[in-house]
Design a protein around this ligand. Structure first.
Ligand code: FMN
Length: 187
């Protein structure tokens, strides 16, 4: 697969087979992630890998507890509080890209690493989806401790991964808003 093909066919995948991603492949994905650029080359990323359903269910439950009091549409409430629903869908793997407090913009660097990881995954026919829903639970001290995330680190990009039942078809994008495009007049 070319880089272009990976970019244009990557989609958020939320429906996975039970098959577990082998450890060596996860190392390859993390290796692709850390090829990302980072401000002043700080490389401020760190990774948590979870392939334990009990832990994934625990984080999902903690998220739902936190969301209970929050305002949300009836549609979303019905989805989130449906018995058996998990914020991680049925993914067997979660990788959390965490930011070490180093460099000038560690969170941004981690986002770049996350996109590298997702594109490398697409190239290996692995699907993924960023799960922002998990941010609140991943900021809780006991959840950070459970996952071995030091207090000073931030869980920036929670990414579920797995072998998709199918890759969703590419969706369109709105035209880019080009605010200006200044070209100097040539003599
Ligand atoms: C920062 C961020 C947070 C996201 N959080 C969630 C989430 O909590 N749950 C979910 O199902 N999808 C989540 N997504 C996936 C987006 O919904 C998805 O990327 C978007 O709809 C575009 O679809 P595509 O990735 O297939 O192009 C998130 C994506 C980003 C970039």
């Amino acid at each position: 697969m070319t880089t272009q093909e990976a970019i244009y066919s990557r989609r958020a995948v939320r429906d996975f087979k039970d098959e577990l991603i082998p450890e060596s492949i996860l190392h390859d994905l993390i290796d692709a992630a850390i090829q990302a650029p980072s401000a002043i080359n700080a490389q401020p990323w760190a990774f948590v890998v979870v392939q334990d359903k009990a832990i994934l269910d625990h984080i999902s439950r903690r998220t739902r507890d936190l969301m209970e009091a929050q305002p949300m549409s009836e549609e979303l409430r019905a989805k989130v509080f449906k018995p058996g629903w998990s914020i991680f869908y049925n993914a067997t793997t979660l990788i959390v890209v965490c930011a070490r407090p180093e460099g000038s913009h560690p969170e941004w660097d981690c986002c770049l690493a996350a996109e590298n990881l997702l594109l490398a995954a697409r190239d290996m026919a692995i699907g993924g989806c960023i799960i922002g829903f998990a941010w609140a639970a991943l900021a809780l001290p006991d959840v950070k401790e459970l996952l071995g995330i030091p207090e000073s680190y931030d869980a920036v990009m929670p990414i579920i991964l797995g072998y998709p039942r199918e890759f969703p078809a590419p969706t369109g994008r709105r035209s880019p808003e080009i605010l200006s495009w200044k070209v100097a007049a040539r003599a």
